[in-house]
Ligand binder design. Structure first.
Ligand SMILES: O=C(CO)[C@H](O)[C@H](O)COP(=O)(O)O
Length: 225
């Protein structure tokens, strides 16, 4: 399996779903990178799509490849979104936000008919939570939210970029928490976190995913919900 780029294998399988006339959500991250590159090639060869980007980084890349970017308001609804994940379980549930784009990614996923997640085999897990769950917070509230999350035994750590506070495209903070020891159902945890004022979004994507494509070496294995 060495030498096989599983991220690219999954991405190339996913772009087969993209057809002319579609409005397409473009994810963020190193796996999404291969999907955007492949769509860029397809556009050069005549594919006619409009796309919504889930981050500034993705928007720049897509534009550099000649992909037409529109706003979500202009798109209103997307036919398909292809995005990566930090973890995916057998129930099509995800942890996302390692790349910090979880807020736009969740908004885009919510407004999409068919959400496809692409991943290398290391992302497939039987239980979510080895990867720290990113939570996006309003800077005004971040320190108090950290105290609240500490009281919930979630071991919060504010994300940094070098020695500076990490800021999202929306100018918010990210707190990474440890949910591995949480016994409650993920949907309850999500509800509980979203009830704290100042938490804008969490990286738990529990219901939006329709198709998961995981590469196992050179083979792309698709599962549909
Ligand atoms: O959620 C994300 C960005 O916010 C990414 O999809 C996730 O972090 C996976 O990234 P990569 O493909 O680089 O491993």
């Amino acid at each position: 399996m060495s030498g096989v780029n599983e991220k690219k294998v999954a991405a190339l399988e996913a772009v087969k779903y993209v057809k002319s006339g579609m409005k397409v959500g473009l994810g963020t991250g190193s796996t999404a990178f291969y999907m955007i590159q492949a769509i860029g090639e397809m556009v050069k060869n005549g594919l006619n799509i409009k796309a919504v980007a889930t981050s500034v980084e993705t928007e720049k890349l897509a534009k550099s490849l000649g992909i037409e970017i529109i706003t979500l308001a202009e798109a209103k609804r997307l036919d398909i979104t292809i995005d990566g994940a930090d973890e995916v379980n057998e129930e099509f549930q995800l942890i996302k936000g390692g790349g910090g784009a979880l807020l736009r990614e969740k908004i885009v996923a919510h407004n999409t008919d068919l959400n496809i997640i692409i991943a290398d085999s290391s992302k497939r897990v039987s239980r979510l939570g080895k990867f720290k769950l990113p939570i996006e917070t309003i800077p005004f509230a971040t320190q108090l939210i950290i105290s609240e999350l500490e009281a919930m035994n979630l071991e919060p750590i504010q994300r940094l970029k070098g020695d500076q506070v990490y800021r999202t495209d929306e100018n918010n903070d990210i707190i990474d928490v440890n949910i591995w020891n949480c016994d409650e159902p993920l949907s309850d945890l999500e509800q509980c976190l979203k009830a704290i004022p100042g938490i804008v979004e969490t990286g738990l994507f529990l219901t939006t995913t329709n198709v998961v494509i995981v590469a196992e070496g050179e083979k792309a294995v698709s599962r549909k919900r």
